[in-house]
Every structure is written in C-alpha cells, then in structure tokens.
Design a protein around this ligand. Structure first.
Ligand SMILES: C[S@@+](CC[C@H](N)C(=O)[O-])C[C@H]1O[C@@H](n2cnc3c(N)ncnc32)[C@H](O)[C@@H]1O
Length: 281
C-alpha cells in the first residue's frame, strides 16, 4: 500500500472526527516517524507490512472515538509540545486565552521586571504553568494537582522542556503550597455532572476527575475563590477558565468574596471563557 492510498482510509474516521484527513495523516506520520511534509513529498512510497499493520491498529482506535492526542501521546499547546496521558485533561486551545490574559496583567506595570510568584491549580499536564514559564523565565511557578500520576506527567514535561523555574507538587488546590502569590491561575473541573456532553466525543475518554464539579460545575471555583484570599499578595490576581455559560456566576462569586476589578474575557469563538479578580485587601 502506498502513502496516498493509506490516507484515503481517512473516510473511516468521518463519523467520529471533523478533521478525518488530518487525523489519518498524523497517525501515518507517527508510524513512519516523519513530518507531514514527507507525506506530500513521497505519496507513492510503499509502506512496509509492519507499518501498515501499525497504521490500521491506530486507525481502529481513532474510529472508536479515542482522542488523537491520547493515541499520539502528545498535544501542541502554546508554543510547546506537551506529553499527555489518560490521567488528566488534554490541553485545549481555549486555555491559551487564560495564558494570554495572565501574561497581559503584568506588562508595563511596576511589577514587570520583578520575579513574580505564580501558582497553577489543577495543573494536569502542566500546560499552563509551562506556557507561562516559557514566556517569563524570571517567574517562580508552582503547579499542583490532586492526582499523583498527573504530577509525575507534569514533571516529565517540565524536565523535557527544560523549564527549571517550575515545580510541581501533589495535593488538593492550595493545600500543598505555602507563602504568598502574585497570581493564581486555574482551569479547574467546571462541567455539571449531568451535562450530556460528557457522553459525547473526546471527553468520554478523559477522566471525570478532570472534568466535573458539583453545584452546576461551580463547586471547585467557589472553593478556590474563597481559599485563595489567604494566598494572594495585595494586588494579586486570581484567574479561572470556566464554561461559556458561567461568566456571570463566576463574576458574582468573585464579588461576594470582596475581589475587585472583576471582569471576563472571551475565547476565540467569542464566548465567555476566563474571569479574573484582583485581591486588594
Ligand atoms: C480541567 S483539568 C485542567 C488540566 C490543565 N490545567 C489544563 O488546563 O489542561 C482539571 C485538573 O484539576 C485537577 N483536580 C481536580 N480536583 C483537584 C483538587 N481538589 N486539587 C487539585 N487538583 C485537582 C484534575 O486532576 C485535573 O488535572
């Protein structure tokens, strides 16, 4: 079988994927250990029997709905290549809005040149903490997650990317951390346990521990907003990613706890996605 013929099998993925051709190409590149440009340059190249078998095995997994990132073991996030596993969420493009917002807060302020202390709660793969570290080498960044295996994964990502100023620790939300922080960011679980989307698409393969929270998805956000006050410096910022319908509720939780300059930013589709507040007291 030639490379061009193998790519035609992408039709088998059309039911589960909006990007069936790209998925098939990525799986084939993974098998061949080559970049996508290789497929365009050598469409007539014959695959070895072992390569064909491996390709069809991966296609079978994808056709059952398994996310491409779990099959390949990696996901692009920000400018980084992040190792992923079924122990935690696959980093999403929308989460880059949280990174952008966090980076924008300390530009052209008296704090711009100082080394900030930053915490990423529910760090998962470490994607947010590592993206921030890649842009701000002087910042001291802590990532924490309740799941041991996620912490180990984040530590592997940190070592491979060589971002030495990030430390990952295991524990629930702020408990494993000490001292005060200039900024706390979090993409916590925020999906209502009854949400029908949990039975659809890629999220079926992701752990519930990374996805769902009680009280219509708001219980972890509520807890962190309350607990973070003791960990934030004066003028410190707390930022969350949340569901597109949760902006008003999260702003209210911030205001009830006495945070100021509370506002919500939209994602690339124009939906409410990130809400932040400043701790002035
Ligand atoms: C939505 S995922 C976000 C992962 C990663 N930060 C990202 O944006 O891709 C939520 C993460 O919170 C972690 N988590 C859930 N409950 C937690 C808790 N009580 N304390 C710390 N982390 C928790 C999960 O294990 C999961 O890794």
């Amino acid at each position: 079988m030639q490379i061009a013929e193998a790519i035609l099998y992408s039709k088998q993925l059309e039911e589960v994927s909006d990007s069936s051709r790209l998925d098939a190409e990525l799986l084939l590149c993974h098998v061949l250990g080559k970049p996508t440009s290789y497929l365009m340059t050598w469409p007539e190249k014959q695959l070895l029997m072992s390569e064909q078998q491996q390709f069809f095995a991966l296609m079978a997994r994808r056709s059952k709905g398994e996310p491409i990132a779990y099959i390949l073991g990696t996901q692009a996030f920000w400018t980084l290549d992040i190792e992923v596993s079924t122990d935690t969420l696959i980093p999403r493009a929308d989460t880059e809005v949280l990174v952008e917002t966090a980076l924008s807060l300390f530009v052209n302020t008296p704090f711009s040149n100082r080394s900030l202390r930053v915490a990423d709660l529910g760090t998962g793969t470490g994607a947010i903490a590592l993206a921030l570290a890649s842009e701000r080498p002087a910042w001291e960044i802590w990532g924490c997650d309740r799941i041991d295996a996620a912490v180990t994964l984040a530590q592997r990502n940190q070592k491979r990317l060589g971002l030495a100023q990030v430390s990952f620790v295991q524990g629930s939300w702020l408990e494993p951390l000490s001292g005060l922080f200039d900024m706390i960011v979090s993409n916590p679980p925020y999906i209502d346990p009854m949400d029908e989307h949990l039975d659809q698409g890629d999220v079926r393969f992701e752990p519930r521990s990374a996805l769902v929270a009680d009280d219509e998805g708001l219980s972890d956000i509520r807890h962190i907003i309350s607990a973070a006050a003791e960990y934030l410096m004066v003028n410190g910022w707390l930022l969350f990613e949340h569901g597109y319908q949760q902006g008003a509720a999260v702003r209210q939780l911030f205001s009830e706890q006495g945070y100021e300059q509370v506002s919500t930013c939209q994602d690339y589709a124009g939906n409410d996605r990130v809400t932040l507040g400043c701790w002035i007291k």
